[in-house]
Write a protein that binds this ligand. Structure first.
Ligand code: SAM
Length: 334
């Protein structure tokens, strides 16, 4: 039976976020500990398994797939996945294949990604200051990322910059970031920081910068027009009248988008999370590895989605969530 995926509340699930690796070449302080222990290789889905699952989701009505991680472009052989998925873009069954990346490998991959039918990408970039960039990513180098972003632009990829809003860290870069994105032609989205990762000495809650405040500051210099477009996720957009730029706000902790939620998330170990703020999940790796029969896997996907919770109740006090947030969340604009 090839038809759409519907949950128990009548919502159609047509957006899949897939984490393709838990590994990353950066160690952003709000995301990972510096001495991360990564998963044993056999626990992580192989590229063929990732492809098989993705193709099954597409066969069952998923129209948009976003790869994330970890850093998707450090996954060995990931290009073969994109190349294999291209046929689903070509048939029109899949409307969009995209990724969220830290940009470090874009100089190498941008052209190939464009050739695989990728039209736009999200690049995470919190600051344009090289020293601050090194501080927040621990291992990243800003020039490499800027070179990657340029390569993406040259390859014809549309770039959206995702910046985590961090009080006392990039507050003073609000306007420089907006202006840089305006000049370069990139959309820009701010993400509210979530209580994850390992900030070490930096107090997490001290870093929380309410996006309402950020928006109010933006309004001191620009006239903001709310855009009605919805993504089915936690993003809202405004247009800056003076420049025509689009700026987004992602508030993963609010739950006012649950009614229109159209997405599920797959971890790189094959666990399907039904909701950003809930622990409900289903293991797809076991059925995937147990049987070459796709019907078994499709049944597992349908069963899981039929149990998608109505809404999320993300608890900001859940400070004990440690280590790599994306191992099970791979969330937001990410
Ligand atoms: N490596 C890729 C990248 O850098 O975009 C994809 C994975 S990364 C986890 C996806 C997004 O999640 C990035 O934009 C990152 O800044 C964001 N992120 C990570 N930890 C976060 C947190 N604690 N709160 C809010 N956003 C976070």
């Amino acid at each position: 039976m090839d038809s759409n995926l519907q949950d128990g509340f009548g919502r159609t699930i047509d957006y899949l976020r897939m984490s393709v690796t838990d590994r990353c070449d950066f160690r952003c302080v709000y995301c990972m500990a510096e001495d991360m222990t990564f998963l044993p290789r056999q626990q992580v889905l192989g590229l063929e398994e990732l492809y098989r699952l993705a193709a099954l989701f597409v066969r069952n009505g998923v129209k948009k797939i976003r790869l994330t991680g970890g850093e998707p472009l450090v996954r060995k052989g990931i290009l073969t996945y994109f190349q294999a998925m291209k046929r689903h873009l070509d048939t029109g069954a899949l409307k969009e294949l995209t990724l969220t990346t830290n940009g470090s490998q874009l100089a190498k991959f941008a052209g190939d990604l464009a050739a695989c039918g990728i039209k736009r990408i999200n690049v995470s970039l919190d600051t344009l200051n090289p020293a601050k960039f090194a501080e927040i990513t621990r291992w990243g180098r800003l020039p490499q990322v800027l070179e990657g972003i340029n390569a993406a632009k040259t390859a014809g990829l549309r770039v959206k910059i995702n910046a985590v809003a961090l009080k006392g860290f990039n507050e003073d870069e609000l306007f420089p970031l907006v202006e840089w994105c305006g000049r370069e032609g990139h959309d820009l989205t701010f993400i509210e920081v979530m209580p994850m990762g390992e900030m070490g000495d930096i107090q997490r809650l001290d870093q929380y910068w309410d996006l309402k405040d950020l928006r109010a500051r933006l309004a001191t210099r620009f006239t903001l027009t709310d855009l009605t477009e919805r993504t089915g996720g936690p993003a809202r957009y405004v247009r800056l009248n003076e420049t025509g730029q689009k700026v987004g706000f992602i508030t993963p902790l609010t739950h006012n988008f649950c009614e229109s939620c159209n997405r599920v998330r797959l971890t790189c170990t094959g666990e399907l999370y039904m909701c950003l703020g809930q622990e409900d999940r289903a293991d797809l790796r076991a059925p995937l590895r147990a049987s070459p029969d796709d019907a078994v896997v499709i049944k597992a996907i349908r069963d899981a989605i039929s149990h998608k919770p109505k809404g999320h109740d993300f608890d900001y006090t859940r400070q004990s969530v440690k280590g790599q947030m994306t191992r099970h969340m791979s969330h937001t604009g990410g």
